[in-house]
Structures are given as structure tokens and as C-alpha cells.
Design a protein around this ligand. Structure first.
Ligand SMILES: [Zn+2]
Length: 479
């Protein structure tokens, strides 16, 4: 049996992450450098993420559709800042069916252009608006430095694309999706993200305004959880997405786009994981509870398995995602460690003594050792498990929030900012000038993550130049 011990996070955070992804069987490396094979356990987690989001998208009036993987290269070139932003990352198809193509095709890095093209055909009148479409797919961006889930050449995501009659409606949609994502992050992923606005330097190529949700990882760095863009009329003008208004006047539409990708899996790993491995929030965990039957003799096996099978049925009937560990020839300790490493929120240990007493040992992943173990009666077990899951979900969020708060500093000057970003986030007054932002990035490797929507109010002086500032921004090193 392979040694289950991971490097600790303090020893080598990056290696802890890499080995955890591989050993927990979330993903594997692919033959093409930078690509990723998502294994069934990782995909099941992604499926639960998609289900939680898809339900929220539909509840806010969006429909799913599918647009093509291949996009004419000329499309990408129509919106000036879009092509500048994406050109270095494009994968281009030059041959098809053994022949050189007349026009090269790009593999979508994102779908604003091809969807803009379709919307120009579909939208004629104000009666056709708004158009609210999402698609689940994968996209390709030719990244040079890759890391499983966090930055891969091909990644899975959803991209929402909407068209509206007015600037106000487009902005309301952009902000609505920030709220939808925040609700998902807080309540499903138990990740206390901070929603905010991106600086001009950090916004999406082709957007007027980009909002992002920023999450603090276990090493104090930031990770962009997802984004929502107000595209203004930039793509509407480039693709002639127009409508006749109530007065018969031809107007350009206002469009938005918003996306969340498989890098959120990386965020969940780094926000909640500990030195023993993954800790998954119950609401998203592919396996919420594992039953580990323990026996030595055949006689013991018969009675333990009888109880185990019955309890499993009861738990499944209550809607709990249960796995029975029926592997033989492995010590209970090994099996406990294995499920702990894979982040299963709850474990039932069931031996002959427990069967005799009509109880089980219920162990919480988020509280290692004896402290997280309790004897629970078999009668009413599903209710006890449901209650424990609610408790774990909240405990994970509270712990992550406390960590974020403890590692968010409010530097009063540039020297303090430099020290702050060594350990965590710097929430600092910023004058809004790109020069100050560039200087901070150059000298501290910390980027402007976002200007939080929630501001302290009042005024201060810019941490870089000392000029009067009305807003605070988060500066941090980031994934
Ligand atoms: Zn400044």
C-alpha cells in the first residue's frame, strides 16, 4: 500500500496541493502538457457544482443552449480589445479533412463573438429582449504555466451571455449574477468570497466593467472564484446586435457575460483542506458519508454487514449520498485515513460492539481525532446525519471566514502593504490610478484583486502615492 502521508501545507503548499489532487483521485495529468483528465470523483464534485448553479441560473430566467467549439478567426478580430487580450492564448485550426482551410478556425477561448453573431440574427425588436442564455462547455486557452484545476489549457465552465435594451438592465443583470455566484460560494461551497469590481488593468478583454468574487486560499493568496462582465455596447457594435425600439429607432443592444470554471474545485481544495487531505463541504461532496464495517470473524461479518446494509438503505432513502467501504484485507485505520484524505464529511464506524449496542460511531472529517467522534443510536440515524451535515457546512464557512479576517490587513502605508502581502491580503486605500497599481504589482508581486462592493465609507490616502482616495481595494498575490 502506498504511503498515505501528504507533505504538510507548511512544508510545501504547492506540492501538498498537487499530490492531494492526484491521490484523492480528482484529476490526472494528460498526454498533452497543460491538459487535465478529470477523474470520476473530481467530475462528481463538478457535477454537484453545476447542479447547484444551474438551478440558480434557471430560477433567474436563464436557459441553456450549445454554441459551436470552432469559431472563424475573423470573428475574434472584430472586437479590438478582445483580440488583443486573447490572441496570445488562441489555439488555431489550420487544416481540416486533410486540406488547408481557407479561413483558419479558432477553438473557442470564450464565446462572446460567436454568440454575438447569433444574437445579431435573432434579435430584431425590443420584443425579443432580453435574451438570457447560458452554456456549459469547455474552452481552450494556451496557457504556459499550468496547474491541475487552477489553470489548465482546456477547462470546463459555464458561460452566460445576455442581451438587453438598456444600459441599466445590463448592469442589473451583471450585478444579479454577482449575487447568484456569491450565494453559491457562501452557501454551497462554504467559501466566504468577497465580491468586488476589477480595475481597468484587470478587467475582461472587451468589458466596460468586470466584477469578480475573490477567495482567500489556505496559504493567504487570492483566487478569482468567478467573474461577471458588463460588456456595454462593445460586442453589440462589433457584431451589429441591434433592435428596433418602441419608437421604431434602431438601437444597439447592451450585453453581459459571466462565468465560473473548474478552478472552483481548486478553490474548494485550498480553502478547506488540511494536512490530512481534502475536506469537502457536505452540500457539494460526491460522498457525504462513508460506512466502514469492521469485523474479524465470519460470524462478526454476518451481523455487522446486516446492520451496515440496513443503515445504508435508510440513509440513501433520506437523500444522503452514501458509500460502503467493503474493501477487505485493509486495516480500519488505513481505511479511515483514506476517506479522510478524500474529504468525505462523515464516517460511520460499525463493529460488533456497536451492533450489539444498537449504535454507531459517527466521525466528522472537519474535527480530526476523538473530538470529532460520537456514539449515535442507530434509530433515527438519518436525522442525526442530516443535522451533522448542516453543522459541518456552517463550521467550514465560519472557519474559512475567520481565517480570511485574520489574514486580511489594513496597511496604513506602503511598507505595511509590502509586509501584508507576504502573509495575506492587504485592504488598502487606492486612488484609482493605474500607475500606483502597476508599481505595487512590480514591487510586491501583489495584484489588485478587486474593489470590494462593501466599502468602509469616508476617505483616506492612497497606500502607494498618498493622494486622496475614496475606495479601498484588495491587493494580494494570486493564483
Ligand atoms: Zn495612488
Amino acid at each position: 500500500m502506498a504511503d498515505l502521508k501528504l507533505p504538510t501545507r507548511a512544508e510545501d503548499y504547492a506540492e501538498w496541493y498537487n499530490q492531494l489532487v492526484l491521490r484523492a483521485q480528482l484529476a490526472d495529468y494528460a498526454p498533452v502538457r497543460g491538459c487535465m483528465i478529470v477523474r470520476p470523483y473530481g467530475w462528481a464534485l463538478w457535477e454537484n457544482i453545476t447542479a447547484a448553479l444551474d438551478q440558480r441560473f434557471k430560477a433567474t430566467g436563464h436557459e441553456n443552449a450549445a454554441f459551436p467549439l470552432l469559431i472563424p478567426k475573423s470573428f475574434i478580430e472584430k472586437e479590438k480589445s478582445h483580440v488583443e487580450g486573447f490572441s496570445p492564448e488562441l489555439a488555431v485550426v489550420t487544416h481540416g479533412g486533410g486540406e488547408k482551410l481557407e479561413e483558419p478556425l479558432v477553438i473557442r477561448p470564450t464565446s462572446e463573438t460567436i454568440i454575438g453573431h447569433a444574437y445579431a440574427k435573432w434579435i430584431q425588436s425590443y420584443r425579443d429582449l432580453p435574451v438570457l442564455i447560458n452554456q456549459w462547455n469547455s474552452v481552450v486557452r494556451w496557457e504556459l504555466r499550468t496547474k491541475l484545476f487552477l489553470r489548465t489549457l482546456e477547462f470546463f465552465w459555464q458561460e452566460g451571455h445576455t442581451a438587453h435594451a438598456t444600459a441599466e438592465e445590463a448592469e442589473a443583470e451583471t450585478r444579479q449574477m454577482v449575487d447568484v455566484y456569491t450565494d453559491f460560494a457562501w452557501n454551497e461551497a462554504a467559501v466566504p468570497v468577497v465580491p468586488g469590481r476589477k480595475s481597468a488593468a484587470e478587467k475582461f478583454a472587451g468589458a466596460d466593467i468586470t466584477y469578480s468574487l475573490e477567495a482567500m486560499m489556505g496559504d493567504g493568496k487570492a483566487l478569482q472564484f468567478c467573474t461577471s462582465h458588463n460588456l456595454g455596447q462593445n460586442f453589440a457594435e462589433a457584431f451589429e446586435i441591434r433592435y428596433l425600439d418602441k419608437n421604431g429607432q434602431l438601437q444597439f443592444c447592451w450585453t453581459t457575460s459571466w462565468g465560473l470554471s473548474t478552478r472552483v474545485v481548486g478553490a474548494i481544495i485550498m480553502v478547506h483542506g488540511d494536512d490530512q487531505g481534502l475536506i469537502l463541504p457536505p452540500r457539494l461532496a460526491p460522498i457525504q458519508l462513508v460506512i466502514v464495517p469492521i469485523f474479524r470473524t465470519d460470524e462478526e461479518k454476518t451481523s455487522v454487514m446486516e446492520s451496515a446494509v440496513r443503515l445504508k438503505k435508510e440513509l440513501i432513502a433520506a437523500g444522503i449520498r452514501v458509500k460502503m467501504d467493503e474493501r477487505e484485507g485493509l486495516s480500519p485505520g488505513f481505511r479511515f485515513n483514506d476517506w479522510e484524505m478524500r474529504g468525505v464529511p462523515l464516517r460511520i464506524e460499525l463493529g460488533p460492539k456497536d451492533v450489539a449496542k444498537g449504535s454507531v460511531v459517527l466521525a466528522r472529517r472537519d474535527r480530526p481525532g476523538k473530538e470529532g467522534k460520537a456514539f449515535v443510536p442507530q434509530a433515527g440515524l438519518p436525522e442525526a446525519v442530516q443535522a451533522a451535515m448542516v453543522d459541518i457546512q456552517k463550521a467550514l464557512y465560519d472557519k474559512a471566514l475567520a481565517f480570511r479576517k485574520a489574514n486580511t490587513f489594513e496597511p496604513a502605508n506602503y511598507e505595511e502593504l509590502k509586509r501584508a502581502v507576504e502573509k495575506g491580503w492587504a485592504l488598502a486605500w487606492w486612488c484609482g490610478d493605474g500607475g500606483c497599481e502597476a508599481r505595487i504589482k512590480e514591487e510586491t508581486k501583489a495584484t489588485m484583486r478587486c474593489i470590494p462592493l462593501e466599502q468602509p465609507g469616508g476617505e483616506g490616502v492612497c497606500v502607494a502615492c498618498g493622494k486622496a482616495s475614496k475606495e479601498k481595494a484588495i491587493f494580494a498575490r494570486a493564483y
